[in-house]
Design a protein around this ligand. Structure first.
Ligand code: SF4
Length: 163
């Protein structure tokens, strides 16, 4: 069961965004550092929460910050809420497996809103199924073929997939 903690929050996030993106990222094909949108996201994160404690790394996870026992994940927009939600649920699950019970808040500072995230038994079951799917998918020899969705327009891999 330990292998269920071998993935990262980013991998969980990408699973819900695009399975091809997940495979490329897991095979060290990355363009995120040069993406303007990624730079904007990082700036929002830094400016909105600079008074809070710095990022906390525990094993494979990297938590934005913890306040009053609640773990926070900061995001630019809520357009891919499901991906954000399961990334944060994975952090809650990860800590639970280490004996720490907590809840989460997804913070959208640009939208001035926060969404509470709780790991219910149903969500945990779905999360464990998702983790197994990620492990199967990323061990495949080749990535999935690109399939166009509106997310492609803002994806750091767009040129790689579509040129
Ligand atoms: S450009 Fe589209 S198909 Fe390619 S990795 Fe990004 S989201 Fe996936």
């Amino acid at each position: 069961m330990r292998e269920q903690l071998n993935i990262t929050g980013t991998q969980l996030n990408y699973y819900f965004i695009c399975k091809r993106k997940l495979w490329l990222y897991c095979h060290d094909i990355t363009f995120e550092a040069s993406s303007d949108l990624v730079k904007i996201g990082k700036l929002i994160h830094k400016e909105s929460f600079k008074r809070n404690k710095k990022e906390i790394r525990i094993g494979n996870i990297s938590i934005d910050h913890i306040k009053d026992g609640v773990i926070h994940e900061v995001k630019k927009s809520d357009k891919i809420h499901e991906a954000h939600q399961y990334q944060l649920l994975y952090y809650i699950y990860y800590l639970k497996r280490l004996g720490i019970t907590t809840t989460g808040l997804l913070d959208y500072p640009k939208l001035k809103k926060s969404v509470k995230v709780v790991l219910t038994p149903q969500k945990q079951e779905f999360l464990e199924h998702t983790i197994k799917s990620i492990q199967t998918l990323t061990s495949a020899e080749k990535p999935q073929k690109p399939e166009y969705t509106p997310i492609c327009d803002k994806c750091a891999y767009a040129e790689y997939c579509w040129s």
